[in-house]
Design a protein around this ligand. Structure first.
Ligand code: MN3
Length: 207
């Protein structure tokens, strides 16, 4: 499968003042584009050209570091962009809210867990909310461009429904070393309506 960089559904400056124009532009046009280009190079002429990304990531242990890093990079950033919005739904409702309450106690507790996972990720990586293969919500952090789908996660695999990029390239221009401030700002541009939809889709994949 040859992949391409999708245009963002909002302008690069639309998430100001939380995510700044320069970071968004470079993050999308250069970082994400590089994952796309390197993934395409790595799969060119192989059987992976005919597989979808979720299938590839679910058996990533069979594949090269180039596929893992760049396939993960493309998948993770696509999910990240999709869940951000200049007019976000500020709070989850319905089934997702019920699951958050029963698993974490409430939305504030969940946010604190995701922030903590993001802050304690040493070096580059991601903090995730995912639905494990038993249908339960979980928070995990992964290194580099790994994600919860990958079979290299021995203890906590699942379908990611929310991810925060904690690579320095995601925040350094505006927040410098203050990763915690960036994580706080993330919640102001996260669109919970997308997470609700992804939660339903994940439950359907499991059932
Ligand atoms: Mn990134």
């Amino acid at each position: 499968m040859s992949i391409k960089l999708e245009v963002l559904p909002y302008a690069y400056d639309a998430l100001e003042p939380y995510f700044d124009n320069a970071t968004m532009t470079i993050h999308h046009q250069r970082h994400h584009q590089t994952y796309v280009d390197n993934f395409n190079k790595a799969v060119s002429g192989t059987v992976l050209e005919n597989k979808n990304m979720e299938e590839i990531l679910q058996e990533i242990s069979k594949h090269s570091p180039a596929i893992r890093n760049n396939g993960g990079g493309h998948y993770n950033h696509s999910l990240f962009w999709e869940t951000l919005s200049p007019q976000p739904k500020a709070n989850p409702e319905g089934k997702l809210l019920e699951a958050i309450k029963s698993t974490f106690g409430g939305v504030e507790q969940l946010k604190a867990e995701i922030n903590k996972a993001g802050l304690s990720q040493f070096g580059s990586g991601w903090s995730w909310l995912a639905v494990n293969f038993n249908g339960r919500l979980m928070v995990i952090a992964t290194a580099n461009q790994d994600n919860p789908l990958m079979d290299t996660n021995l203890f906590s695999r699942g379908f990611p429904i929310l991810g925060v990029d904690v690579w320095e390239h995601a925040y350094y221009l505006k927040y410098q070393n203050k990763r915690a401030d960036y994580l706080d700002a993330f919640w102001s541009v996260l669109d919970w309506s997308v997470i609700e939809k992804k939660y339903e889709e994940a439950l359907q994949k499991i059932s």
